[in-house]
Design a protein around this ligand. Structure first.
Ligand SMILES: C[S@@+](CC[C@H](N)C(=O)[O-])C[C@H]1O[C@@H](n2cnc3c(N)ncnc32)[C@H](O)[C@@H]1O
Length: 178
């Protein structure tokens, strides 16, 4: 099992390298997106920041189903275009913004909730900045943890539509900044 995980990691890194990004584009399935936002306790007063926002689904669901506002930052311009289109189609373009922006150059302080579906080493690079955010800020990471910064909660959810892996489950980790 560890060998399979290592091979998947290697494949993900090789794909990201080929795309000139830090993480390849892999979607979070819709049911997992909802569980991430529920785990963070997202409500209308929240500002959700998705780091590496792909096709925009996390911020769009946060706006449409949880009434929140949000921003997705994404390095691939075509994905940002697609996210803006998706937000318009979902009727939430006013509350769901998308920018072509490097997540490492993004101001994290505006967020009350940060969502991430990245890679373990990217999470570890972000960890020192995340730990300095305002107390009460919630961070949810799909699948990957942050090493010795133990999550406040971890849940496992069925993910039949997950495009990678054979197990079709996702682990979701929640940290609340102290
Ligand atoms: C695994 S996908 C997750 C997409 C979306 N958050 C979701 O959960 O469906 C990671 C995304 O991060 C983007 N990405 C990779 N490196 C980035 C960087 N340095 N800054 C911003 N986005 C980046 C990739 O292009 C990809 O769309």
């Amino acid at each position: 099992m560890e060998l399979v995980k290592a091979l998947l990691m290697w494949l993900a890194c090789a794909t990201a390298f080929a795309q000139d990004t830090d993480v390849p584009f892999v979607v979070t399935p819709d049911n997992v997106t909802r569980e991430m936002l529920k785990l963070a306790g997202v409500k209308a007063s929240d500002f959700v920041l998705d780091l590496g926002s792909g096709d925009g689904r996390i911020v769009i669901v946060a706006a449409k189903q949880f009434g929140a506002r949000g921003l997705g930052v994404e390095i691939v311009p075509e994905l940002v275009e697609k996210s803006r289109d998706n937000a318009k189609k979902a009727g939430v373009a006013e509350r769901a913004e998308f920018r072509v922006q490097d997540l490492f150059a993004t101001d994290l302080s505006q967020a009350t909730v940060i969502t991430m579906y990245l890679l373990p080493e990217v999470n570890l690079q972000l960890k020192p900045r995340l730990q300095k955010l305002k107390p009460g800020t919630r961070i949810v990471s799909h699948d990957w943890d942050m090493g010795d910064w133990k999550p406040d909660r971890t849940v496992t959810v069925e993910a039949p539509d997950k495009p990678i892996g054979r197990e079709k489950v996702s682990k979701l980790h929640l940290w609340v900044v102290k």
